[in-house]
Design a protein around this ligand. Structure first.
Ligand SMILES: *Cc1c(COP(=O)(O)O)cnc(C)c1O
Length: 382
């Protein structure tokens, strides 16, 4: 098979949306007039209002990044000792547990949804367990109702890392309030579909928890004379919030564009044995992820990654290595027996997927995947 022409510039998994620069400059000019740069100013409040409207459920507080929001959310739940977490996630999920001096205990994932398995959670519960932290990986929801059942049986708190969840049109959480657990985090980092350069949010349906979270976002301060809780600096600056408001206006068009590109990936790759598309075609347009089974496809994920890279198709091994293989966590006994997570970490590859790509770019990417597979198959038979 003839190799498609390599791309002359690198294609990354994601490319941040940017509003017309004049629009952003107009926002900056108004900040120059008011001198309000942070501390929950008008842009912060407008962004919070707009995001609340889009999410539709629970109470949403805007944070300066997703990792701080995770730490703030976990802290507000007053957890102790052990928190059960998925190993198949971005390191920030597990680091947030460790940052509070708590012990991450790993449960395996469901082999189909790649989210934390309720059965495996059940097996890892000890008298020291106080909470569960699941990730809606690639925007695919955890089994929130089964996890709520386990949590209720054992008196555990539940938090979700929803960093990938903002990749769909409203409703963002079709399961409504009950799908939020006690609290759900969002990330608005520049690599995410919706972004504010850096940013995040917490959503909870519990008004008391929401109040606590809002204090903890601002050093635990309730009023001039009262600091009732621990806290962080989780406030988003006005510059970031202004960017978020502009980018939010562009979000639905970007989702449509990505889904159109997703259909091309699907058409061109769906009949290839051993290669399946596990994210990007359904509701969430956050990532487009291939799963590659070496036995059936004749090429491994790593071989495909290495063949695409010199041709300027810069794919990402989301999520590899597993968090249970990070040295700080790998000595825990729960880090050993995670067969489904280990396989997923070997087989998943996020592909370029953003509105800056044209349909013909995506066709060329798929042709390059087919070419790479034929190279690998030839190497086997040769
Ligand atoms: C991006 C991401 C985070 C971190 O969010 P930041 O806003 O970059 O701090 C946490 N968890 C997951 C699953 C992520 O993808």
């Amino acid at each position: 098979m003839k190799a498609p022409v390599p791309f002359s510039k690198p294609l990354y998994v994601s490319r941040p949306m940017l509003p017309p620069v004049e629009d952003f400059i107009a926002d900056v000019r108004s900040m120059w007039e008011t001198h309000v740069l942070t501390n929950m100013g008008p842009y912060h409040q407008s962004l919070e209002f707009a995001l609340q409207a889009r999410v539709g459920t629970g109470r949403l507080s805007v944070w300066n990044n997703g990792t701080n929001a995770l730490v703030g959310g976990l802290a507000a739940l007053d957890l102790t000792d052990e928190v059960i977490v998925t190993p198949f996630t971005f390191p920030a999920t597990v680091h947030a547990i460790a940052a509070l001096g708590l012990t991450p205990v790993f449960a395996d994932i469901d082999p189909m949804t790649l989210t934390i398995s309720p059965e495996s959670i059940r097996e890892r519960i000890t008298p020291q367990t106080s909470g569960i932290l699941g990730t809606h990986i690639y925007g695919t929801s955890c089994d929130t109702s089964a996890i709520a059942t386990v949590a209720n049986e054992h008196g555990l708190r539940v938090m979700y890392d929803g960093a990938h969840s903002f990749g769909r049109k409203a409703p963002v959480f079709p399961g409504g309030e009950s799908a939020l657990g006690d609290v759900t985090m969002l990330s608005f980092h520049a690599t995410k579909l919706f972004h504010a350069v850096e940013g995040g949010a917490l959503i909870t349906a519990d008004p008391e928890l929401d109040e606590r979270i809002r204090y903890s976002r601002n050093f635990g301060i309730r009023s001039e004379d009262s600091v009732p809780t621990t806290g962080l600096n989780g406030k988003m600056s006005e510059l970031h919030a202004a960017m978020g408001i502009r980018v939010l206006d562009m979000l639905d068009d970007e989702i449509d564009r990505r889904h159109e590109l997703g259909r091309i990936y699907d058409e061109m790759l769906k009949d290839i044995p051993g290669i399946s598309i596990v994210a990007g075609l359904g509701d969430s347009a956050q990532y487009l992820v291939l799963r590659i089974s070496k036995d059936e496809a004749g090429i491994s994920r790593d071989e495909l990654h290495d063949l695409l890279r010199p041709r300027n198709i810069i794919c990402r091994k989301y999520f590899h290595p597993l968090c249970s293989d990070i040295p700080a966590y790998s000595s825990h006994p729960s880090a050993r027996d995670l067969p489904h997570a280990e396989l997923a970490a070997q087989e998943c590859l996020a592909m370029p997927y953003h509105g800056g790509l044209t349909p013909s770019d995506v066709r060329r990417i798929c042709e390059t995947v087919l070419w790479a597979r034929s190279e690998a198959l030839e190497a086997i038979t040769a």
